[in-house]
Ligand binder design. Sequence first.
Ligand code: PEP
Length: 257
Amino acid sequence: NSGRKPLMAGNWKMNINHLEAIRLVQQLAFGLKEADFDAVDVAVLPPFTDLRSVQTLVDADKLDIAYGSQDVSAHASGAYTGEVSGALLAKLGCSYAIVGHSERRQYHHEDDALVNAKAKAAIANDITPIVCVGEGLEVRKEGRHVAHTLAQIDGSLDKIPADRVRTLVIAYEPVWAIGTGEVATPADAQEVCAAIRGRLAELYDGEVAAETRILYGGSVKGGNIAGIMAQADVDGALVGGASLDPGEFVKICRYRD
Ligand code: PEP
């Protein structure tokens, strides 16, 4: 991974209430040692309603666990009922915000232009967007997965300057592998992550491409993470289901053991 520090990010989705969030973060903290945090960046992405509880715990115990949101509004403030702005998330100490998760693209019809606006809204508040891209099953079967994913990269990163792109996180998540138990092979993950890095080199330059972290996501577990992390262009994982199980998520973070 050429000097890029791996990131293991747990997307809790719409699970875990605030009390359970405190327990889960404590279990992670007990399961991970200082050496683990030196080796990987660890982040949790709870529902909005848990963020204050997670913040309190992380601050009180000075835990080396970052946290963030699963979405962010494209708007700065105002009459957008139900939305949560980057400024409000920054105030709660969020380091990350997922943008363009496939579930939002699918159920909320988010397109690349909106994902791009959300990424910019996060960046404007010094929150690192985790920009999700990836193809569905039909596109994969037709062999268009690389072109499809690179088009999402182009649209989602549009007009984001190079000095910001090098700090953001991209997550390649083939939709057919999310929550299905159908993990992409390490070679599948590498193929598309390498193509994304190649596109960053074209859109920006080789230095930006070499610095930007690209995660794989889709049914990652303790038992398959090592093979995925052995790939040259995979810099970590965005983990859904397995991030709700502290033992499993700790195993993922300690994939080198
Ligand atoms: C996700 O939703 O980002 C994800 C990768 O889910 P899972 O690990 O459950 O496939």
